[in-house]
Structure formats: structure tokens, C-alpha cells
Design a binder for this molecule. Structure first.
Ligand code: DND
Length: 238
């Protein structure tokens, strides 16, 4: 399963587990993208964080593993290159299935070298709640007729979870517990991911010149020394 995983959530994990069960897969490899080829509209969280969250989320499933193949190489993480590298690593005789959301299937022909890609692996398209199945069946039929593509539709229990929603929830202080594994929740909290960036006091302050409160190096203002721990600050307050 390839993805940006910014962050990984239970929607990804349920789809992967359903695919593993229904297609009797030996292993589901989660492949976080280094540079997602199609996501140029927003800043992506550092690959290190997305990779570690994926490791934490998949730790307890013996059939799940995480590959660094896309984050260790430069340039956009095109799936055709990912599959080629995995075939070198695991052998060309294995059967490869690319698990993705059903929405990705509708755009598959815009991916790099789609015809060759469709010849190298089968696709498992996990439906998301509210996804129009008629359009999907038509596309799956066309891909099969024109390119000999093998695309399987997998209905997963309705999980209206998305990474975008998880990020927005963190940014606005809403809970994400039960949308992501606890380990991922703690990782997000500990590393301050997805919180709105708080401007530093220096950025907020108006220019010093002409403000009448210029200071010399010996008289640095209190906000330039590290702030005391919150409890100490409260205790010291007049
Ligand atoms: P996303 O950024 O959409 O992943 O990336 C999906 C994969 O497509 C990555 O491996 C990309 O490298 C590859 N791609 C995209 C475009 C062009 C090319 C390749 C190319 O080669 O030219 P997300 O982290 O958002 O999600 C991962 C997967 O999980 C997606 O397929 C998404 O649709 C699916 N998903 C859900 N499935 C079921 N229930 C939910 C889901 N939420 C996300 N709630």
C-alpha cells in the first residue's frame, strides 16, 4: 500500500487488513512516499515523521511491514519505480497487488507509465464511504478491456477517516483518539505535528527602532531567556 500517510489512520489500516484477508496476502508492505508525485499544493510533513508513524501504526500486525524504498530515493515517488524496486528486492516471481483507495483508480491513467504499471501488478481498490460505485465499475471495466488491467474492488467497512481531517482536527484542537492508533496520537503530540505554527515573540513584536524601549546587550528583555516551566511561572507570579 503506497501513500503519503500524513498521518496514517485507521482507514488505511482497515483497508490493508481487509485486503490481506480477502486476497490471502502473505505480507502487506506500507510504502510511505518520499515526494508524493501529485501533492504539490501543500507542504508535506518530513518523511522521517511519516515513516515513523507508519512503523508505530503497523507494529502489532505480524503481516504488516514498512518499506523505506520511496523515502530513501530522491525525486517523485512514482509507483512504477516503487514496484520495480520491490520486484528487485522480493523477486520478480512474486505476485504484487497495489492497494489503494478507489478514488486513485479513476486517476490511474494520469500516473507515470500506467500501461507498464498495470502489467506489473494487480490493483485492489478500497472503496470509501460515499464513493460512486458506478463510475468505478466503468473505469475498472475499461482498464481491463484496453490494458488487460486486473483491478479488484474491495468494499471496506465505512470509515470516513482522512488524513486531511486528522490534520485539521489537530490544528483546531479537536480529538483524534480512535481515528489513529494511540501510538500515532502520542507521536503527533510529542513532536507537535499539525499544530498551527506559533509566531515567535520576535516575529510578533513591532520593529524596535522608534519604539522607545531599546535595550543594550546587558539588559536583554525577559522574553529572551528560556521561559520557566509553567508551574514555576505560576508560583512566581505576584
Ligand atoms: P496518497 O497521497 O493518495 O495516499 O498516495 C497514494 C499512492 O499513489 C502513493 O503511493 C503515490 O505515490 C501513488 N501515486 C499517486 C499519484 C501518481 C503516481 C503515484 C504515479 O506513479 O504517477 P494517502 O496517504 O492519502 O492514502 C493512501 C491510500 O489509502 C490511498 O490510496 C487512499 O485513497 C487510501 N485511503 C483510504 N482507503 C480506505 N478508507 C479510507 C482511506 N483513506 C485513504 N478511509
Amino acid at each position: 500500500m503506497g501513500g503519503t500517510f500524513d498521518p496514517i489512520h485507521y482507514g488505511h489500516l482497515v483497508a490493508a487488513e481487509e485486503a490481506r484477508h480477502d486476497f490471502q496476502l502473505d505480507l502487506v508492505l506500507f510504502v510511505p512516499s518520499g515526494q508524493p508525485p501529485h501533492k504539490t499544493d501543500r507542504a508535506i510533513t518530513a518523511a522521517k515523521h511519516r515513516y515513523l508513524m507508519t512503523v508505530l501504526a503497523t507494529l502489532t500486525n505480524p503481516h504488516f511491514a514498512v518499506s523505506r524504498v520511496d523515502i530513501d530515493r530522491p525525486g517523485p515517488s512514482y509507483t512504477i519505480d516503487t514496484i520495480e524496486l520491490l520486484r528487485q528486492q522480493y523477486g520478480p516471481d512474486e505476485e504484487y497487488f497495489f492497494i489503494s483507495g478507489a478514488d486513485a483508480i479513476l486517476e490511474l491513467l494520469t500516473w507515470k507509465e500506467p500501461e507498464r504499471l498495470l502489467g506489473l501488478c494487480e490493483f485492489i481498490a478500497a472503496t470509501r464511504p460515499g464513493f460512486p460505485l458506478t463510475a468505478l465499475s466503468e473505469t475498472v471495466g475499461q482498464l481491463g478491456e484496453q490494458y488487460g488491467a486486473r483491478v479488484h474492488v474491495l468494499t471496506v467497512p465505512a470509515l470516513a477517516i482522512s488524513s486531511t481531517d486528522v490534520r485539521q482536527r489537530v490544528a483546531s484542537g479537536r480529538p483524534i483518539r480512535y481515528l489513529v492508533p494511540e501510538t500515532v496520537l502520542y507521536y503527533i503530540e510529542k513532536n507537535g505535528l499539525y499544530r498551527p505554527r506559533v509566531p515567535s515573540p520576535a516575529e510578533e513584536a513591532p520593529p524596535l527602532e522608534g519604539r522607545g524601549d531599546e535595550f543594550t546587550a546587558d539588559e536583554a528583555p525577559a522574553d529572551e531567556v528560556p521561559a520557566p516551566a509553567p508551574s514555576a511561572a505560576r508560583g512566581d507570579a505576584p
